[in-house]
Design a protein around this ligand. Structure first.
Ligand SMILES: Cc1cc2nc3c(=O)[nH]c(=O)nc-3n(C[C@H](O)[C@H](O)[C@H](O)COP(=O)(O)O)c2cc1C
Length: 225
């Protein structure tokens, strides 16, 4: 690989296959059609998944861009049934309070078409849980390291993660039990890491249904200049 110093810092040459416009059109359309098949699934099969699949999914998330390349993320992968149970119990405790007293009626109205409630059996049934932590700052040899655009960076990494789960023929539900501090305790994460998302991963249950909802059309999300 060709390398050279630019402003005193090593750079490597970078190339991608040269597509014709037609090839780009085909590739972009194919990827849209593939991603358009992705749905949030809340019922899982307990069938196991090779660890190697999960590791490659997490490797993919780790390819995301990040502010000043600080890669401010930690992915906890959980298959231990006892730990999954502990997480389910704690999540349901919080969710029960949220559904009964913390969430305004308008929020519950918005959630009604999705059929969600405080019960989260998928946290035990799915063979794996991924808990994503954002690192508000880094720690190296006892010293604090500044991180930048942490939410944006970790959000993008989660997008990559969800796309990789879909590519592997698996499904997930982007779960945000609120508050999520119990995850730091159960997983014994250090103070500079804050829970960001909880994603159960598995094959969909043999018979499952997803809400009949529409995505916004291009004209609603795109403004051309
Ligand atoms: C940040 C975020 C938080 C979410 N939290 C939950 C959640 O706690 N429980 C849940 O069942 N779905 C959750 N969802 C999933 C959404 O309800 C789902 O993405 C949306 O209804 C669109 O459906 P689709 O993913 O099938 O396109 C969340 C999604 C996002 C992006």
């Amino acid at each position: 690989m060709e390398k050279k110093l630019i402003n005193g810092h090593l750079h490597v040459s970078y190339r991608r296959p040269k597509y014709s416009d037609q090839e780009s059109q085909t590739a972009a359309k194919k990827y849209f059609e593939f991603m358009n098949q992705r749905r949030t699934v809340r019922e899982f099969d307990s069938r196991n998944i090779s660890l190697n699949v999960m590791e490659n999914i997490i490797r993919t998330a780790g390819t995301a861009p990040s502010g000043a390349h600080k890669q401010p993320w930690t992915f906890c992968l959980i298959s231990d049934p006892e730990m999954k149970k502990q997480i389910r119990i704690a999540a349901e405790e919080e969710e029960k309070i949220s559904y009964t007293s913390r969430m305004p009626e308008s929020w519950k109205d918005d959630l009604a078409p999705l059929g969600t409630d405080w019960e989260k059996p998928f946290l035990e049934i799915a063979p794996y849980l991924i808990v994503v932590f954002k690192q508000s700052y880094g720690m190296q040899d006892g010293e604090k390291i500044q991180h930048y655009y942490v939410n944006e960076s970790v959000g993008i990494a989660c997008g990559f993660l969800i796309a990789a789960i879909h590519q592997a023929g698996l499904v997930t539900v982007t779960h945000t039990p609120s508050p999520m501090n119990f995850l730091s305790d159960i997983l014994q994460r250090p103070k500079h890491e804050k829970p960001f998302l909880l994603l159960p991963v598995g094959y969909p249950a043999k018979e499952t249904y997803v809400p009949d909802i529409e995505r916004k059309q291009l004209e609603e999300i795109l403004i051309r200049y």
